[in-house]
Write a protein of this length. Structure first.
Length: 323
């Protein structure tokens, strides 16, 4: 299901990349090690997957280095639900991420959506397809222990690490981890590589601005929340995608089309070839439409997932071929 190795990006800096393209939940994680100290960046979706990551992390760090500090890029479960495997660790996150945590679906709710829905309907089929590999039973969701706004600096041995708040963007509480001397940025889900993103908070101009902030930091490598490592050049391509998608949303919103209609049009046009999970356009465009409508109500996450599931169902071999 996942790679068991960490990739060294720079001295003392490692990325763990499960690497499955075109699926949900297989998030990248990071490790910074120096002078007998370590910083873990995010945890995988489940305790079992987290154990695979931590085995690799302990091998890279050495047996005497405690994994007692974690930077959490945002509150989504696929980046935080493994925290219970590091009991007693100091967990750093933005204050907004702590507030956002209560809006997240609980592990038991995801488990029910996988097992208690109708597999013959789009939503039930989609959850089994993309989340059925995970066991969410019995997960204890832990809150961060140290929260901040703006910026929080850490030192890992001889390596300085800067935590920069960049949300609301992907979620309300995003942060990035900048390692200035190693010229690496862990971007969390501000950045997706290879697949369409699913942005829940927005607007897209905030995601784009967060990417611009990453570029200003002049990294050599960017570790996205999902997918392969990126260079500044590939991040600029991602920004161009975000900006074009925002333009398309504005245009089609002005034409009176719904967000789901807009997603279907862009998919039919194949406007963004090569990106997986195009059904996620329904989620990100719905987020953008909320801002265009100046609607401050919390999104209905299940409704957004249902929109995406129906598009994927229609495009799949199992869905109807006349619609």
């Amino acid at each position: 299901m996942a790679t068991t190795d960490l990739k060294q990006i720079a001295p003392g800096v490692f990325a763990w990349q499960p690497g499955d393209k075109a699926t949900w939940g297989m998030a990248n994680c990071g490790l910074v090690v120096s002078g007998g100290q370590a910083l873990v960046i995010d945890t995988p979706y489940t305790p079992a997957l987290t154990d695979v990551f931590l085995t690799a992390a302990r091998t890279a760090a050495g047996p005497d280095v405690p994994l007692d500090r974690v930077a959490v890029t945002h509150a989504n479960g696929d980046h935080t639900w493994g925290l219970e495997q590091l009991p007693g660790a100091d967990v750093f996150a933005t204050h907004a991420a702590l507030e956002h945590q209560c809006l997240e679906p609980k592990p038991q709710q995801i488990q029910a959506l996988i097992h208690d829905t109708d597999p013959g309907q789009p939503l039930g089929w989609y959850f089994r397809e993309h989340f059925g590999r995970f066991d969410f039973s019995g997960i204890q969701v832990l809150p961060p222990t140290t929260t901040f706004t703006g910026r929080h600096d850490l030192t890992v041995g001889q390596i300085p690490a800067e935590l920069h708040e960049v949300g609301p963007a992907h979620t309300v509480g995003d942060l990035i981890v900048h390692l200035p001397e190693q010229r690496v940025v862990f971007a969390g889900d501000i950045v997706f590589a290879g697949d369409h993103p699913s942005h829940w908070a927005g607007p897209l101009e905030r995601v784009s601005a967060a990417c611009a902030k990453i570029l200003e930091l002049d990294p050599e490598w960017i570790v996205p929340g999902h997918g392969p490592l990126m260079t500044p050049a590939s991040l600029r391509e991602y920004v161009a995608y975000l900006d074009d998608l925002a333009d398309q949303a504005y245009l089609m919103h002005g034409q009176g089309r719904t967000a789901v209609e807009a997603a279907r049009i862009l998919i039919k046009e194949d406007r963004y070839p090569g990106l997986g999970l195009p059904e996620r356009l329904a989620i990100t465009l719905s987020t953008e439409y909320r801002h265009l409508d100046q609607d401050s109500a919390a999104p209905d996450l299940l409704e957004l997932m249902d929109h995406a599931a129906r598009i994927a169902w229609e495009r799949s071999s199992v869905g109807p071929h006349t619609h």
